[in-house]
Write a protein that binds this ligand. Structure first.
Ligand SMILES: Nc1nc2c(ncn2[C@H]2C[C@H](O)[C@@H](COP(=O)(O)OP(=O)(O)OP(=O)(O)O)O2)c(=O)[nH]1
Length: 382
Protein backbone atom coordinates (compact mmCIF):
# COMPACT_ATOMS: atom_id res chain seq x y z
CA UNK A 1 0.00 0.00 0.00
CA UNK A 2 2.59 2.55 -1.08
CA UNK A 3 1.55 6.19 -1.41
CA UNK A 4 2.20 7.98 -4.72
CA UNK A 5 4.97 10.03 -3.08
CA UNK A 6 6.82 6.86 -2.01
CA UNK A 7 9.80 5.51 -3.95
CA UNK A 8 8.31 2.75 -6.06
CA UNK A 9 10.72 -0.11 -6.80
CA UNK A 10 9.42 -0.49 -10.36
CA UNK A 11 10.23 3.15 -11.02
CA UNK A 12 13.81 2.88 -9.73
CA UNK A 13 16.38 4.65 -11.90
CA UNK A 14 18.41 1.45 -11.66
CA UNK A 15 22.06 0.71 -11.01
CA UNK A 16 25.20 2.22 -12.50
CA UNK A 17 26.22 -1.25 -13.74
CA UNK A 18 23.02 -2.82 -15.13
CA UNK A 19 22.06 -6.15 -13.57
CA UNK A 20 19.21 -8.59 -14.03
CA UNK A 21 16.33 -8.21 -11.59
CA UNK A 22 16.37 -10.58 -8.62
CA UNK A 23 13.70 -13.29 -8.73
CA UNK A 24 12.57 -12.88 -5.15
CA UNK A 25 13.58 -9.41 -4.05
CA UNK A 26 12.76 -5.87 -5.07
CA UNK A 27 15.75 -3.63 -5.99
CA UNK A 28 15.62 -1.90 -2.58
CA UNK A 29 15.41 -5.21 -0.70
CA UNK A 30 18.45 -6.30 -2.64
CA UNK A 31 20.28 -3.07 -1.71
CA UNK A 32 19.42 -3.68 1.95
CA UNK A 33 20.76 -7.23 1.73
CA UNK A 34 23.97 -6.14 0.02
CA UNK A 35 24.56 -3.62 2.80
CA UNK A 36 23.98 -6.27 5.49
CA UNK A 37 26.43 -8.61 3.75
CA UNK A 38 29.15 -5.97 3.40
CA UNK A 39 32.37 -6.10 5.43
CA UNK A 40 31.89 -2.51 6.58
CA UNK A 41 28.54 -3.45 8.11
CA UNK A 42 30.08 -6.30 10.11
CA UNK A 43 32.84 -4.00 11.37
CA UNK A 44 30.23 -1.70 12.96
CA UNK A 45 30.00 -4.34 15.68
CA UNK A 46 33.34 -3.18 17.06
CA UNK A 47 33.03 0.56 16.54
CA UNK A 48 32.23 3.22 19.12
CA UNK A 49 28.83 4.79 19.51
CA UNK A 50 29.76 6.85 22.58
CA UNK A 51 31.85 4.47 24.66
CA UNK A 52 34.90 2.79 23.17
CA UNK A 53 34.07 -0.77 22.21
CA UNK A 54 35.83 -2.59 25.05
CA UNK A 55 34.23 -0.53 27.83
CA UNK A 56 31.24 -2.76 28.43
CA UNK A 57 29.12 -5.36 26.70
CA UNK A 58 25.90 -3.61 27.59
CA UNK A 59 26.47 -0.34 25.71
CA UNK A 60 25.40 0.36 22.16
CA UNK A 61 27.96 -0.07 19.45
CA UNK A 62 27.54 1.43 15.98
CA UNK A 63 26.00 -1.88 14.94
CA UNK A 64 23.29 -2.08 17.60
CA UNK A 65 22.63 1.64 17.07
CA UNK A 66 22.24 1.02 13.34
CA UNK A 67 19.80 -1.85 13.95
CA UNK A 68 17.72 0.39 16.21
CA UNK A 69 17.72 3.16 13.58
CA UNK A 70 16.56 0.66 10.94
CA UNK A 71 13.75 -0.53 13.21
CA UNK A 72 12.47 3.03 13.79
CA UNK A 73 12.83 3.82 10.09
CA UNK A 74 10.63 0.84 9.22
CA UNK A 75 7.97 1.92 11.71
CA UNK A 76 7.81 5.53 10.54
CA UNK A 77 7.97 4.73 6.83
CA UNK A 78 5.34 1.99 7.19
CA UNK A 79 2.98 4.34 9.02
CA UNK A 80 3.30 6.89 6.21
CA UNK A 81 2.86 4.50 3.30
CA UNK A 82 6.49 4.90 2.24
CA UNK A 83 8.82 2.22 1.00
CA UNK A 84 10.05 0.51 4.18
CA UNK A 85 12.78 -1.42 2.33
CA UNK A 86 14.41 1.75 1.02
CA UNK A 87 14.14 3.52 4.39
CA UNK A 88 15.72 0.47 6.01
CA UNK A 89 18.51 0.26 3.42
CA UNK A 90 19.48 3.91 3.94
CA UNK A 91 19.28 3.48 7.74
CA UNK A 92 21.51 0.39 7.64
CA UNK A 93 24.08 2.23 5.50
CA UNK A 94 24.03 5.61 7.25
CA UNK A 95 26.93 4.96 9.65
CA UNK A 96 29.06 2.61 7.52
CA UNK A 97 31.67 5.35 7.16
CA UNK A 98 32.33 5.83 10.86
CA UNK A 99 36.04 5.35 11.65
CA UNK A 100 37.31 3.65 14.81
CA UNK A 101 36.29 5.51 17.99
CA UNK A 102 33.27 7.17 16.34
CA UNK A 103 33.15 10.95 16.44
CA UNK A 104 36.48 11.13 18.28
CA UNK A 105 38.21 9.23 15.47
CA UNK A 106 36.38 11.34 12.92
CA UNK A 107 37.53 14.61 14.52
CA UNK A 108 41.15 13.42 14.53
CA UNK A 109 41.05 12.12 10.94
CA UNK A 110 39.33 15.28 9.68
CA UNK A 111 42.26 17.36 10.97
CA UNK A 112 44.87 14.93 9.65
CA UNK A 113 43.17 14.87 6.22
CA UNK A 114 42.78 18.66 5.96
CA UNK A 115 45.68 19.04 3.50
CA UNK A 116 44.41 16.10 1.41
CA UNK A 117 40.71 16.85 0.80
CA UNK A 118 39.17 16.18 4.23
CA UNK A 119 37.31 13.38 5.94
CA UNK A 120 33.67 12.98 6.92
CA UNK A 121 31.81 9.82 7.97
CA UNK A 122 28.90 10.44 5.60
CA UNK A 123 31.23 10.93 2.65
CA UNK A 124 33.11 7.83 3.68
CA UNK A 125 29.90 5.76 3.75
CA UNK A 126 29.33 6.71 0.13
CA UNK A 127 32.92 5.83 -0.76
CA UNK A 128 32.55 2.44 0.91
CA UNK A 129 29.40 1.50 -1.00
CA UNK A 130 30.70 2.79 -4.33
CA UNK A 131 34.37 1.82 -4.19
CA UNK A 132 35.83 0.10 -1.16
CA UNK A 133 33.70 -3.04 -0.89
CA UNK A 134 35.26 -5.35 -3.43
CA UNK A 135 33.37 -8.61 -3.53
CA UNK A 136 31.59 -8.61 -6.88
CA UNK A 137 33.03 -9.69 -10.21
CA UNK A 138 31.57 -6.90 -12.32
CA UNK A 139 32.14 -3.79 -10.22
CA UNK A 140 33.71 -2.22 -7.14
CA UNK A 141 31.31 -1.24 -4.36
CA UNK A 142 27.80 -2.64 -3.96
CA UNK A 143 26.28 -1.23 -7.17
CA UNK A 144 23.29 0.10 -5.21
CA UNK A 145 20.29 1.68 -6.88
CA UNK A 146 20.24 5.40 -7.60
CA UNK A 147 17.60 5.89 -4.87
CA UNK A 148 19.68 4.25 -2.13
CA UNK A 149 22.78 6.20 -3.14
CA UNK A 150 20.75 9.38 -3.26
CA UNK A 151 19.45 8.59 0.23
CA UNK A 152 22.93 7.99 1.67
CA UNK A 153 24.23 11.18 0.04
CA UNK A 154 21.36 13.51 0.99
CA UNK A 155 19.67 12.05 4.10
CA UNK A 156 20.71 15.11 6.12
CA UNK A 157 19.31 17.45 3.44
CA UNK A 158 20.31 18.93 0.08
CA UNK A 159 24.05 19.41 -0.40
CA UNK A 160 25.52 22.54 -1.98
CA UNK A 161 28.83 22.72 -3.83
CA UNK A 162 31.68 22.49 -3.08
CA UNK A 163 30.96 18.81 -2.59
CA UNK A 164 33.17 16.67 -0.44
CA UNK A 165 35.59 14.14 -1.92
CA UNK A 166 33.16 11.22 -2.18
CA UNK A 167 30.14 13.21 -3.33
CA UNK A 168 32.18 14.86 -6.07
CA UNK A 169 33.36 11.48 -7.32
CA UNK A 170 29.99 9.71 -7.22
CA UNK A 171 28.14 12.70 -8.61
CA UNK A 172 30.64 12.84 -11.46
CA UNK A 173 29.51 9.36 -12.50
CA UNK A 174 25.82 9.72 -11.82
CA UNK A 175 23.88 12.91 -11.12
CA UNK A 176 22.37 12.47 -7.64
CA UNK A 177 20.54 15.81 -7.85
CA UNK A 178 22.38 16.91 -4.75
CA UNK A 179 20.67 20.30 -4.51
CA UNK A 180 17.19 18.84 -3.91
CA UNK A 181 15.69 17.11 -0.86
CA UNK A 182 16.19 13.38 -0.55
CA UNK A 183 13.22 11.04 -0.88
CA UNK A 184 10.88 10.87 2.12
CA UNK A 185 12.35 7.41 2.87
CA UNK A 186 15.86 8.85 3.28
CA UNK A 187 14.50 11.72 5.36
CA UNK A 188 12.89 9.08 7.60
CA UNK A 189 16.27 7.35 8.04
CA UNK A 190 17.83 10.66 9.16
CA UNK A 191 15.13 11.40 11.74
CA UNK A 192 15.13 7.76 12.91
CA UNK A 193 18.84 8.26 13.71
CA UNK A 194 17.94 11.14 16.06
CA UNK A 195 15.09 9.17 17.68
CA UNK A 196 17.33 6.17 18.22
CA UNK A 197 20.31 7.91 19.76
CA UNK A 198 18.27 10.34 21.87
CA UNK A 199 16.65 7.26 23.36
CA UNK A 200 19.58 4.88 23.73
CA UNK A 201 22.14 7.43 24.88
CA UNK A 202 19.85 8.14 27.85
CA UNK A 203 19.82 4.41 28.65
CA UNK A 204 23.58 4.01 28.25
CA UNK A 205 24.39 7.20 30.17
CA UNK A 206 22.26 6.01 33.09
CA UNK A 207 23.85 2.61 32.95
CA UNK A 208 27.32 4.18 33.01
CA UNK A 209 26.38 6.26 36.06
CA UNK A 210 27.03 9.55 34.23
CA UNK A 211 23.68 10.91 35.46
CA UNK A 212 20.67 9.71 37.39
CA UNK A 213 16.94 9.42 36.80
CA UNK A 214 16.52 12.44 39.07
CA UNK A 215 18.78 14.49 36.76
CA UNK A 216 16.64 13.44 33.80
CA UNK A 217 13.38 14.33 35.55
CA UNK A 218 14.39 17.99 35.30
CA UNK A 219 14.41 17.78 31.48
CA UNK A 220 11.41 18.43 29.21
CA UNK A 221 9.54 15.36 27.88
CA UNK A 222 11.55 12.95 30.02
CA UNK A 223 10.30 14.39 33.31
CA UNK A 224 6.69 13.98 32.12
CA UNK A 225 7.33 10.39 31.06
CA UNK A 226 8.76 9.47 34.48
CA UNK A 227 5.80 11.21 36.17
CA UNK A 228 3.35 9.17 34.08
CA UNK A 229 5.09 5.89 34.97
CA UNK A 230 5.08 6.81 38.67
CA UNK A 231 1.37 7.60 38.47
CA UNK A 232 0.46 4.36 36.67
CA UNK A 233 2.92 2.06 38.46
CA UNK A 234 3.79 3.47 41.88
CA UNK A 235 6.74 1.74 43.53
CA UNK A 236 7.90 0.05 40.28
CA UNK A 237 11.33 -1.60 40.51
CA UNK A 238 14.01 0.94 39.37
CA UNK A 239 15.14 -0.79 36.13
CA UNK A 240 11.55 -1.34 34.99
CA UNK A 241 10.70 2.26 35.88
CA UNK A 242 13.62 3.46 33.74
CA UNK A 243 12.67 1.27 30.81
CA UNK A 244 8.99 2.25 30.99
CA UNK A 245 9.84 5.97 31.09
CA UNK A 246 12.40 5.86 28.27
CA UNK A 247 10.20 3.81 25.99
CA UNK A 248 7.61 6.55 26.41
CA UNK A 249 10.23 9.14 25.39
CA UNK A 250 10.86 7.03 22.29
CA UNK A 251 7.13 6.91 21.60
CA UNK A 252 6.76 10.70 21.93
CA UNK A 253 9.46 11.25 19.28
CA UNK A 254 8.15 8.68 16.80
CA UNK A 255 4.51 9.75 17.13
CA UNK A 256 5.46 13.41 16.75
CA UNK A 257 7.35 12.76 13.50
CA UNK A 258 4.49 10.69 12.08
CA UNK A 259 1.85 13.24 12.99
CA UNK A 260 3.85 16.21 11.61
CA UNK A 261 4.39 14.30 8.35
CA UNK A 262 0.74 13.24 8.08
CA UNK A 263 -0.41 16.85 8.50
CA UNK A 264 2.09 18.22 6.00
CA UNK A 265 1.36 15.48 3.46
CA UNK A 266 -2.38 16.15 3.78
CA UNK A 267 -1.84 19.89 3.32
CA UNK A 268 0.68 19.72 0.45
CA UNK A 269 -0.67 16.68 -1.40
CA UNK A 270 2.57 15.59 -3.13
CA UNK A 271 1.84 13.36 -6.13
CA UNK A 272 5.29 11.87 -6.59
CA UNK A 273 8.69 11.49 -5.01
CA UNK A 274 9.88 14.32 -7.26
CA UNK A 275 7.31 16.59 -5.56
CA UNK A 276 8.94 15.62 -2.25
CA UNK A 277 12.40 16.34 -3.69
CA UNK A 278 11.39 19.84 -4.80
CA UNK A 279 9.50 20.87 -1.66
CA UNK A 280 10.59 23.79 0.43
CA UNK A 281 12.31 21.87 3.23
CA UNK A 282 11.97 18.33 4.57
CA UNK A 283 8.62 16.62 5.00
CA UNK A 284 9.92 14.39 7.79
CA UNK A 285 10.92 16.31 10.89
CA UNK A 286 10.04 16.96 14.52
CA UNK A 287 7.42 19.56 15.40
CA UNK A 288 8.90 22.90 16.48
CA UNK A 289 8.05 22.45 20.19
CA UNK A 290 9.51 18.94 20.33
CA UNK A 291 12.56 20.08 18.37
CA UNK A 292 13.20 22.73 21.05
CA UNK A 293 12.77 20.16 23.82
CA UNK A 294 15.13 17.74 22.10
CA UNK A 295 17.70 20.52 21.84
CA UNK A 296 17.65 20.76 25.63
CA UNK A 297 18.03 16.97 25.94
CA UNK A 298 20.87 16.90 23.40
CA UNK A 299 22.72 19.67 25.16
CA UNK A 300 22.34 17.79 28.47
CA UNK A 301 23.71 14.63 26.81
CA UNK A 302 26.58 16.54 25.25
CA UNK A 303 27.65 18.00 28.56
CA UNK A 304 27.00 15.04 30.83
CA UNK A 305 27.83 12.18 28.47
CA UNK A 306 29.72 12.98 25.24
CA UNK A 307 32.02 15.33 27.17
CA UNK A 308 31.95 13.62 30.58
CA UNK A 309 35.41 13.58 32.23
CA UNK A 310 35.78 9.79 31.78
CA UNK A 311 34.79 10.04 28.10
CA UNK A 312 37.17 12.99 27.58
CA UNK A 313 39.99 10.95 29.11
CA UNK A 314 39.27 8.08 26.71
CA UNK A 315 39.00 10.58 23.84
CA UNK A 316 42.50 11.79 24.64
CA UNK A 317 43.90 8.27 24.64
CA UNK A 318 42.33 7.16 21.37
CA UNK A 319 43.01 10.48 19.61
CA UNK A 320 46.68 9.89 20.36
CA UNK A 321 46.40 6.49 18.67
CA UNK A 322 44.76 7.82 15.49
CA UNK A 323 47.23 10.73 15.38
CA UNK A 324 50.08 8.23 15.41
CA UNK A 325 48.66 5.52 13.13
CA UNK A 326 47.73 7.75 10.18
CA UNK A 327 51.16 9.41 9.73
CA UNK A 328 52.91 6.11 10.31
CA UNK A 329 51.17 4.45 7.34
CA UNK A 330 51.45 7.63 5.27
CA UNK A 331 55.24 7.66 5.73
CA UNK A 332 55.60 3.89 5.56
CA UNK A 333 53.00 2.58 3.08
CA UNK A 334 55.06 -0.63 2.99
CA UNK A 335 53.53 -1.36 6.43
CA UNK A 336 50.05 -1.56 4.91
CA UNK A 337 48.74 -5.12 4.58
CA UNK A 338 49.28 -7.06 1.37
CA UNK A 339 45.79 -6.42 -0.02
CA UNK A 340 46.31 -2.63 0.27
CA UNK A 341 49.65 -2.63 -1.52
CA UNK A 342 47.99 -2.52 -4.94
CA UNK A 343 46.17 0.74 -4.20
CA UNK A 344 49.19 2.20 -2.42
CA UNK A 345 51.38 1.31 -5.42
CA UNK A 346 49.00 3.01 -7.87
CA UNK A 347 49.01 6.13 -5.65
CA UNK A 348 52.82 6.31 -5.48
CA UNK A 349 54.04 9.82 -6.35
CA UNK A 350 50.61 11.35 -5.73
CA UNK A 351 50.53 12.58 -2.12
CA UNK A 352 46.78 13.24 -2.06
CA UNK A 353 45.88 9.88 -3.53
CA UNK A 354 48.21 8.05 -1.14
CA UNK A 355 46.71 9.90 1.85
CA UNK A 356 43.26 8.79 0.66
CA UNK A 357 44.38 5.15 0.49
CA UNK A 358 45.87 5.36 4.00
CA UNK A 359 42.72 7.09 5.21
CA UNK A 360 40.52 4.36 3.73
CA UNK A 361 42.60 1.78 5.58
CA UNK A 362 42.71 3.57 8.95
CA UNK A 363 39.05 4.66 8.83
CA UNK A 364 38.04 1.07 8.09
CA UNK A 365 39.67 -0.21 11.30
CA UNK A 366 37.52 -1.30 14.21
CA UNK A 367 38.26 0.14 17.65
CA UNK A 368 40.00 -2.98 18.80
CA UNK A 369 42.04 -3.45 15.65
CA UNK A 370 43.24 0.18 15.84
CA UNK A 371 44.24 -0.34 19.49
CA UNK A 372 45.96 -3.62 18.63
CA UNK A 373 47.87 -2.03 15.73
CA UNK A 374 48.88 0.93 17.86
CA UNK A 375 50.23 -1.43 20.53
CA UNK A 376 52.00 -3.56 17.95
CA UNK A 377 53.55 -0.79 15.88
CA UNK A 378 53.92 2.19 18.18
CA UNK A 379 53.58 1.83 21.95
CA UNK A 380 52.55 -1.36 23.75
CA UNK A 381 51.92 0.49 27.01
CA UNK A 382 49.30 3.16 26.18
N1 LIG B 1 27.57 14.85 17.53
C1 LIG B 1 28.35 14.14 18.36
N2 LIG B 1 27.94 12.93 18.70
C2 LIG B 1 28.71 12.19 19.50
C3 LIG B 1 29.95 12.66 19.99
N3 LIG B 1 30.49 11.71 20.72
C4 LIG B 1 29.65 10.70 20.69
N4 LIG B 1 28.55 10.97 19.98
C5 LIG B 1 27.41 10.06 19.73
C6 LIG B 1 26.12 10.63 20.20
C7 LIG B 1 25.14 9.92 19.33
O1 LIG B 1 24.91 8.62 19.85
C8 LIG B 1 25.85 9.81 18.00
C9 LIG B 1 25.52 10.90 17.03
O2 LIG B 1 26.25 10.65 15.91
P1 LIG B 1 25.62 10.09 14.52
O3 LIG B 1 26.77 9.89 13.64
O4 LIG B 1 24.73 8.93 14.77
O5 LIG B 1 24.69 11.25 14.07
P2 LIG B 1 25.05 12.67 13.47
O6 LIG B 1 23.79 13.43 13.55
O7 LIG B 1 26.25 13.26 14.14
O8 LIG B 1 25.51 12.30 12.01
P3 LIG B 1 24.71 11.79 10.70
O9 LIG B 1 23.25 11.96 10.87
O10 LIG B 1 25.13 10.35 10.56
O11 LIG B 1 25.28 12.65 9.68
O12 LIG B 1 27.24 9.82 18.32
C10 LIG B 1 30.38 13.95 19.60
O13 LIG B 1 31.46 14.42 19.96
N5 LIG B 1 29.54 14.65 18.79
Amino acid sequence: MLQPYACLPDASRGRLFPENMSTFRSPFQRDRDRIIHSSAFRRLKHKTQVFVEHEGDYYRTRLTHTIEVAQVARTISGALGLNTDLAEAVALAHDLGHPPFGHTGEDALAILMEPFGGFDHNAQALRIVTRLERHYAGFDGLNLTWETLEGIAKHNGPVDPPWNYALAEVNGLWDLELGTNASAEAQVAAVADDCAYNHHDLHDGLRAGLFTEEDLCGLPVIGECFAEVDRLHPGLEPMRRRHEALRRVFGVMVEDVISVAQNRLAALQPRSVDDIRHMDGPIIRFSKPLYQNLKAIKSFLFQRMYRAPTVIEERRRVTKMVNALFPLFLNRPDLLPEDWQGDAGKARGDEIELARVVLDYVAGMTDRFAIQEYHRLIDPDL
